[in-house]
Design a binder for this molecule. Structure first.
Ligand code: FAD
Ligand code: SF4
Length: 511
């Protein structure tokens, strides 16, 4: 019998020294493998900041592992895929046992399982303890539900983990959800002074990575001029503590607000650190609960924030593993259009899109409402092929990993799965964007004009969408209300909207 030779694979989004993969590491015999794979950075046309963040965070983590005397093979810029590089290593070193945490990408999970079978080695794929809910628990919850809705899942998570639950077992404040107190626009005069998020000057490792990415991935979208992301656990913890200390207090009330040149608002900017596993969601929620008591923060902001992490983050992950690989192929409306080229350049006349895409190219970041109600809303109304849109989201945000990007884009923003976990499409006209931002003031289009040269394309396409799908919307009690306003638009105007929309849809690149 061959002697046991164990290899622990650590992927680029599993950068935690407390990782379950390292739990029983035998320093005398076991080895760790980390791989920078060139094809992984290229299989979608990734933003330079996303590539740089992964590389810098991986190299920081690798230096920690070395400091702690792990026997690490770190392969820089392998020309092969992760799995092909892993295969070479397993064969060369005659590995008998592979240990890893389940990858955040379904495709990679399948490929690693297949590789282990092909090479007849033992594979232990451990559950990722950076989530409260396991796949099995989620599948069990979903099994007997007629409808899969966040709200009920979230309540269960609150109860199970005893978060914001009072001594009698009821939700704190007597309600599960305080949305009516949240989600206001900024005051008419603007957001005023916002405590800026903590930003990190590039250290030597990051500087080297930035130079490398600028040279090697020069044609990729986005800029590295403002790269200030946390790249290590220490920095991520500092960002967390700064957020709860200074920025959490206004998170809830302004979480949906948008304003020109206000890329971060009061948001936490913690998604990349959470997704790289530099932070554990438990410590984020604990810090938020501590700050709630310490600074007597409003329950509405605290509950609103916790819902994003304990609710949405867990829920979309559960949905991803429940519905893959179908989720990546769903196209409920059969949309086939190409993504306009300006999604990659920001060169559009629509002020809202220009601002949301502009900051995305600058930082690799846009907040939730910009992703959902600006770029996502437009992509749905403009009938873009879901896989084109998903590729863009996966490429362009520093926090984008498929388990979280795909359900948000295909499921939430594009309704590509026909409402498997949302009750209706998230669509809005320019009126919503006007209410929640100052974008329309600087725009050549007018949000309340429905057709003609001055018409806001989002408004025209919104009404066009409702006219096109009217029967379907009216058939369901959940969407019936959305078409009610159509009755106030004369048939003549409806024809003009449809005509104008036809023109827009065939000239999307010119908008
Ligand atoms: P905050 O607004 O401060 O929220 C706090 C945390 O809650 C976030 O850091 C994140 O971890 C979590 N969270 C909030 N909303 C969601 C959500 N809908 N799903 C999962 N977690 C959530 N998030 C990603 O992490 N990666 C993605 O690739 C991604 N793609 C998205 C694509 C679309 C079309 C949409 C509509 C949303 C997407 N989101 C994604 C969710 C959300 O927009 C981001 O998590 C958030 O904007 C990150 O910024 P923040 O850290 O400042 O979040
Ligand atoms: Fe966006 Fe329309 Fe407002 Fe212009 S008018 S900023 S396109 S919503």
């Amino acid at each position: 019998m061959k002697p046991t030779k164990k290899l622990v694979l650590i992927l680029g989004d599993q950068l935690d020294l407390q990782s379950a993969a390292l739990r029983d590491f035998d320093f005398k015999n076991d080895k760790v493998l980390m791989v920078e794979s060139v094809p992984e950075a290229q299989y979608v046309w990734s933003h330079k900041a996303k590539i740089a963040l992964f590389l810098s965070a991986m190299r920081h983590f690798a230096s920690k592992l070395k400091e702690l005397h792990y026997s690490l093979t770190y392969i820089q810029q392998s020309p092969l895929s992760i799995v092909a590089t892993l295969k070479e290593k397993i064969v060369r070193d005659q590995i008998t046992d592979l240990i890893c945490i389940e990858p955040g990408e379904w495709r990679l999970k399948q490929q690693i399982e297949e590789l282990a079978k092909e090479l007849s080695i033992s594979l232990e794929m451990r559950s990722d303890d950076h989530f409260y809910c396991t796949h099995q628990e989620f599948a069990q919850w979903a099994a007997d539900k007629k409808e899969l809705r966040l709200e009920y899942f979230y309540r269960l998570m609150r109860k199970t983990h005893h978060i914001l639950i009072d001594a009698d077992g009821n939700p704190e404040g007597g309600q599960w959800n305080f949305d009516q107190d949240n989600r206001k626009p900024y005051p008419k005069k603007g957001p005023g002074l916002i405590d800026a998020p903590v930003l990190f000057e590039p250290d030597a490792i990051t500087k080297e990575v930035l130079q490398f990415v600028n040279e090697t991935y020069a044609t990729h979208p986005g800029s590295l001029n403002d790269f200030r992301w946390p790249v290590s656990r220490e920095q991520a913890l500092e960002a967390l503590h700064y957020f709860v200390e200074y920025r959490l207090r206004n998170f809830g009330v302004f979480q949906d607000a948008m304003w020109t040149d206000t890329p971060f608002g009061w948001h936490s900017i913690l998604s990349s650190s959470l997704n790289l596993k530099l932070l554990n969601p438990r410590e984020v929620i604990d810090a938020v609960l501590d700050a709630w008591k310490k600074y007597s923060l409003d329950l509405s902001t605290v509950e609103g924030f916790i819902r994003q992490i304990l609710g949405w983050r867990e829920f979309v992950r559960g949905m991803y593993y429940l519905d893959m690989p179908k989720m990546a192929e769903d196209n409920y409306y059969g949309h086939q259009r190409k993504l306009p080229a300006w999604y990659w350049s920001g060169k559009t006349h629509m002020a809202c899109m220009k601002d949301a895409i502009g900051q995305t190219l600058q930082y690799g970041y846009a907040h939730h409402i910009q992703r959902l109600m600006v770029t996502g809303n437009f992509a749905l109304l403009a009938e873009i092929l879901p896989s084109e849109v998903c590729d863009w989201y996966l490429a362009i945000y520093v926090d984008a990993i498929e388990w979280v990007e795909l359900p948000n884009t295909a499921g939430m923003a594009l309704f590509a799965n026909g409402g498997r976990f949302t009750s209706k499409p998230y669509i809005a006209s320019g009126a919503y964007i006007k209410r929640m931002s100052n974008y329309c003031g600087d725009c050549q289009y007018k949000p309340d004009v429905r057709f003609g040269d001055a018409a806001c394309p989002i408004t025209t396409l919104y009404w066009n969408f409702l006219i096109k799908h009217r029967e379907q919307f009216e058939a369901s009690p959940r969407t019936r209300l959305m078409t009610a306003n159509l009755r106030r638009i004369s048939l003549e105007d409806q024809d003009a909207i449809v005509e104008h929309a036809k023109h827009l849809l065939t000239h999307l690149d010119d908008l």
